[in-house]
Design a protein around this ligand. Sequence first.
Ligand SMILES: [Zn+2]
Length: 463
Amino acid sequence: MRGAESDAMNDRHETPADASSPRAPAPFALPRARRYVLREARVLGRSLPAPIGPLDFDGFALVDILVDEGAIAKIAPAGVVDFGEPPQAAMSGRIVLPLFVDVHTHIDKGHIWRRKRNPVGDFPSALNATIEDRTANWTAADVAARMEFSLRCAHAYGTTALRTHVDSVGAQTRISWPVLAEARERWRGRIELQASPLFSIELALDDSHMADVEAMLDAHGTGILGASTRMVPELHQGLRVLFDLAERKGFELDLHVDESSDPAARALKVVADMAIERRFRRPILVGHCCSLALQEDDERKKTIDAVARAGLSVVSLPMCNMFLQDRVAGRTPRWRGVTALHELKAAGVNAMIASDNARDPFYAYGDLDMMEVWREGVRILHLDYPFADWAPAVSAAPAKAMGLDLGSLHEGGRADMILTRARDFPELLARPQADRIVVRNGEASTAKPPDYAELDALEGLAP
Ligand SMILES: [Zn+2]
């Protein structure tokens, strides 16, 4: 960048000595202008609507991106188009990504760890601890404050759409859904927020419970119905209630499925078969499906075939699964807890990864950062060889599952991007990308993840 055009909106770490060195990299910053060019940006060929120029080993194209009044006005092969006078940022081959889409979260549960820890780190303890905390503390104000905290994290890290599950049991149903609707309204234009109710499938047989859920979805929902499925005697009947209601109302489905290390957990096949049998046409997203990875090969293949035929999308939650699954005190875990995501994708299933829980009894860590999910997902699930095949798992694939036209960079679209210093996948995934520049409507975002201390006023969360 030159002279006045190099007026950065972001912190710069280069010293004057660096800048004067003949080998110094170009400053990593955005011009302060409504019309500017990102020169020599590395963008995945599959993040573009049509191939632009030759792709490198990792599948990246080298392009110039003209941003004008918050939109992407032009994407052209690097150096081919003369854009005239607008300020330029030399990306020098650094990677530019579309914003992230986080399709499976629990922002009503998040950030309660200080007052309700998981005593041993396994799934039953997580469930019990969360129910205790929910009963004791989840007022509208408490849920609203923690949801806001999570959304601010997701926003700062570059997420543009997010789906959460909302615990919908007993009195909580009528407390949480109005809070969700308010958050959705407040974040409109920054994060597209979708939500699915969450309750154990047995409750689908309770008419008054389902009346509550239906009323809340009518008043505050986003057209998605869901539940947590387990191998209980009520599984088939409960699912039939959900499919009936979804068909009657035109709802999509979003189900927790087989979050278990027991190979006998086979609810996924039941869901897929029912969708096929009923010719259910609306989208269905299933999450977890951990036990699928532990079944016999022929059993797993039959289930995956059914999932593909039914057109289900599958989201794996690698960080949470690795935390909860195969945890036995005093014994080293023998598997990583994740579903057979490669086999599902090879069968044509829309496959993706997402955050799941953050700092609650189901997952002690997490910060709604999809860069972390990607980075960890690559390690846990081997989402490399080739890396590019799995890059859409944090953007375009979940966007498709949410029915949103997001996860790509294209002319005429909003100039929403993540600028990184990385030039290839190992550089991208080796570091947490804490210095990424999140660009929204063409401007560098100044949003930062909130301070944990902001939650201290909530019941039981003081230091
Ligand atoms: Zn979940």
